[in-house]
Design a protein around this ligand. Structure first.
Ligand code: PMP
Ligand code: GLN
Length: 382
């Protein structure tokens, strides 16, 4: 039934990683780092396992991690959060997104997201029986235009789901445009869900958590994760920060999705969230250099390349090289250049693909030597 509209299908990330594995190509498709994160975080997980943190933790998350999330929101954003009523630990941001949408939407409610969108949004909106309404981020610079959001939000809107820094385009939405989102949420009595998993990965621009804006906090559900910040995408430790009644509703659903999660990884992510400011600064700087290396390589290879302000991803237009169909190019790219990328169309509804046909998303969260090798191989496409 649900697969009829094509939303619930094998994810593009599994498909592209399988292609990379099968062909031995460099995987710039799925966004995961190829190096381990900070040693104290890894050591804390080993110590937690040795210390017996191997059984069900509390459903809302261990007190130590909830306290660390609260300290992090205070330290970086000046937000005051109640660790017992306003924080919920989840199995990655993925579960946080699913539990939030399932908890807060009735069938027929509208959920507004940016488009291109992270694939799990469309799937969980479909699972909730809600309607997915999208706001376009248009090539070549993928900026969010206030008039486009205004056109999408109505009294039928239950949730405005913002994602900044944005996957797949790397757009970082600025304060003024976020304020428009808050105003629209008030005007139409909608909730704001904000996916901030790349909150620490911006390059010279400020990440503004929407919950810090005037009038936002009481209607905002903030979602993040330790995966990107600490290069631990396989640990699946995420969280929700939201007002008490909303947190409780989301917990009610979470109980029946995973019940609890990640006993030994929760204390380790708490250690990560308490690392000194320099860790967060260095992580962003290192990733920014990687963005530059891959972007330069892609440009030399003949692609037209976007200039992402955050996230793991850069968008490359293959049209100048004569490739107008990115789906077809990505299927052949392992054989042509020994590299895997993801067609941007995978993040866009079928009926909206036209403006994105020749675009490919490449991940730059990889070792510098790997990015340089990928760039050299892609140079052979000309
Ligand atoms: N949201 C966005 C925008 C993402 O890019 C990702 C990870 N790729 C997720 C959510 C899922 O995060 P997690 O791995 O913590 O479930
Ligand atoms: N967030 C990562 C990406 O966009 C991985 C997602 C996944 O594997 N589900 O590539």
């Amino acid at each position: 039934l649900l697969s009829a509209d094509g939303v619930l299908r094998p994810t593009i990330f599994a498909e592209m990683s399988a292609l990379a594995l099968r062909t031995g190509a460099i995987n710039l498709g799925q966004g995961f780092p190829d190096e381990d994160g900070p040693a104290p975080v890894l050591e804390a997980a080993r110590a937690a396992i040795a210390g017996g943190a191997n059984q069900y933790p509390p459903g809302i998350g261990i007190p130590e991690l909830r306290a660390a999330i609260v300290e992090h929101q205070q330290r970086f954003y000046g937000l005051n959060v109640d660790p017992d009523a306003e924080v919920l630990v989840t199995a990655g941001a993925t579960e946080a997104i699913a539990a939030t949408i399932l908890a807060l939407c009735e069938p027929g409610d509208e959920v507004v997201t940016l488009e291109p969108f992270y694939d799990s949004y469309a799937a969980t909106i479909a699972l909730a029986g809600a309607r997915h309404v999208t706001v376009p981020l248009r090539a070549p610079d993928f900026r969010l235009e206030p008039d486009d959001i205004r056109a999408a939000v109505t009294d039928r809107t239950r949730i405005i789901l913002v994602n900044s820094p944005h996957n797949p385009t790397g757009t970082v939405v600025g304060r003024e445009v976020l304020q428009v989102v808050v105003e629209l949420a008030h005007e139409h009595d909608a909730l704001i869900v904000t996916d901030e998993v790349y909150e620490h990965l911006t390059f010279g621009v400020e990440h503004v958590p929407i919950a810090t804006l005037p009038g936002a906090r009481d209607r905002t559900i903030t979602i993040s994760s330790g995966g990107k910040t600490f290069s631990t995408t396989g640990w699946k430790v995420g969280w929700v920060v939201a007002p008490p009644a909303l947190t409780k509703a989301i917990l009610t659903v979470k109980q029946f999705l995973t019940y609890v999660n990640a006993a030994p990884f929760q204390p380790a992510i708490a250690v990560g969230l308490r690392l000194p400011d320099e860790y967060f600064r260095d992580a962003a700087e290192t990733l920014g250099r990687k963005r530059d290396i891959l972007s330069t390589g892609l440009r030399r290879a003949g692609f037209r390349v976007s200039n992402p302000d955050g996230s793991y991803f850069v968008i490359a237009d293959a049209a100048p090289l004569g490739f107008t169909d990115a789906d077809d190019l990505c299927r052949r790219l392992p054989e042509l250049a020994g590299v895997v990328g993801v067609p941007l169309g995978a993040f866009v509804r079928e009926e909206h693909r036209e403006g994105y046909r020749s675009l490919v998303r490449f991940a730059f969260c990889k070792r510098i030597d790997v990015l340089e090798r990928a760039a050299a191989q892609l140079a052979g496409l000309r």
